[in-house]
Write a protein that binds this ligand. Structure first.
Ligand code: ATP
Length: 297
C-alpha cells in the first residue's frame, strides 16, 4: 500500500496486473494507453549500441561501450557514481554528442536524428532530478507528455480542424487511463509542487508513458522511495513491460530492484563496459564486485 500525502492509501501495482486467465496473446485493455509491442524474450535488438565514446575535455565519460537491448527486455544499467550511466541516457536522448560509435533504434541510426524527433520515434524518459512543470496539475503534466504524438500545428489548431479534435480526445482518454493505471486519481487536479516526492515520480512516469514509447529510459526511479514503494515500483516496471509491451532501460543504484526486475544487466565503470549478462552472471562478475569496492552486491 502507498500513502499519497495522507489523502488515501492506494495499491498501484495491483490495478495493472493482468486479470487472471488472460494469456499473453489476449487483447489488453490497456492496449490503447501504449499500443502493445514486443515480447519479454531476447528478441531482435530494439536498441543496438556500438563503440560509443563520449569525452568532456580530459574526462572519458563513455569509452567504446557496446551492448544490445532486445525488444521487450528490461535491461538494468549499473555502475558506481561517475560510471557514465546518465551520459549514456543523455546521448540516447540526443542531449549529448557522441564522439564515436553508432546507435541503432529499430534499425535506424539514432545519432542522425534531430533531438526533437526522439520522443516521436518512440523513446520516452524520466529524469534523476524530476523534470515536471511544478505549478501545473498532474493531469496537464501527463497530457504534455502526449503532445509529441499530435500532428496539429498552429494553423490546424487555430482552425480547429477535425483531426485536431480527434487527437485531443484520444490524448484526453489516454491521460485518464494513465491516471488510473498509476493510481493518481486522487491527485489528478492538484499542482505537482504540492505532492510528495514518490508521487511526483509516478507523475513523471505517467508523462513518459503518455508519449507512447517503445523504449522507456528510467533514470534512478527508486531514488528517494521507501522500501514498500520500491517493491511497488518493481511490480509497476514489470507491468509496463508485460502489459504494455514497452522495452525498459533502467539506470538504478538500488541493486535489489535491478537484480529482481531485469532480464539482463550491463555494468559500467569509468565509462567502460565491464559486464553484460543475466543478473546472476553480473552479480558474480569479479570486475563488478571490484568496482563496488569489493563488497557483495
Ligand atoms: P551517477 O550514478 O553519480 O549519476 P553516472 O554513472 O550517471 O553517475 P555520469 O553522470 O554519466 O555518471 O558521469 C560520467 C562522467 O562524466 C563523470 O566523470 C562526470 O563528472 C562526467 N560528466 C558528465 N556530464 C558532464 C558534463 N556535462 N560536463 C563535464 N563532465 C561531465
Amino acid at each position: 500500500m502507498l500513502a499519497i500525502s495522507g489523502v488515501r492509501e492506494v495499491r498501484f501495482g495491483d490495478r495493472i496486473r493482468a486479470p487472471p486467465g488472460r494469456g499473453p496473446g489476449a487483447p489488453d485493455p490497456l492496449g490503447s494507453v501504449v499500443s502493445g509491442r514486443g515480447t519479454n524474450g531476447a528478441a531482435e535488438p530494439l536498441l543496438s549500441i556500438d563503440g560509443l565514446s563520449v569525452r568532456f575535455g580530459g574526462i572519458v565519460a563513455l569509452d567504446g561501450v557496446s551492448f544490445n537491448v532486445g525488444n521487450g527486455q528490461i535491461c538494468g544499467l549499473i555502475g558506481p557514481n561517475g560510471a557514465g550511466k546518465t551520459t549514456l541516457f543523455n546521448v540516447l536522448s540526443r542531449l549529448y554528442h557522441a564522439d564515436t560509435g553508432t546507435i541503432l533504434f529499430e534499425g535506424k541510426k539514432l545519432l542522425d536524428q534531430p533531438r526533437h524527433t526522439i520522443a516521436p520515434l518512440g523513446i520516452g524518459r524520466t529524469f534523476q532530478n524530476l523534470a515536471l512543470f511544478r505549478t501545473m496539475t498532474v493531469r496537464n503534466n501527463i497530457m504534455i507528455g502526449g503532445h509529441c504524438r499530435s500532428r496539429g500545428g498552429f494553423l490546424a489548431n487555430a482552425l480547429r480542424l477535425p483531426f485536431v479534435s480527434r487527437e485531443e480526445r484520444r490524448l484526453g482518454e489516454r491521460t485518464v487511463r494513465l491516471i488510473e493505471t498509476l493510481d493518481l486519481g486522487a491527485v489528478a487536479d492538484i499542482s505537482v509542487s504540492a505532492l510528495p516526492f514518490g508521487t511526483q515520480k509516478r507523475v513523471e512516469l505517467a508523462r513518459a508513458l503518455a508519449s507512447e514509447p517503445k523504449l522507456l529510459l528510467l533514470d534512478e526511479p527508486a531514488g528517494g522511495l521507501n522500501h514498500e514503494e520500491v517493491e511497488q515500483l518493481r511490480e509497476l516496471i514489470r507491468s509496463i513491460r508485460d502489459r504494455l509491451g514497452v522495452t525498459v532501460l533502467l539506470v538504478e543504484h538500488h541493486m535489489n530492484l535491478v537484480m529482481k526486475v531485469s532480464d539482463k544487466v550491463v555494468a559500467l565503470d569509468f565509462g567502460r563496459k565491464i559486464a553484460d549478462g543475466s543478473p546472476q552472471e553480473v552479480q558474480r562478475n569479479p570486475e563488478v564486485i571490484k568496482a563496488y569496492l569489493g563488497g557483495e552486491l
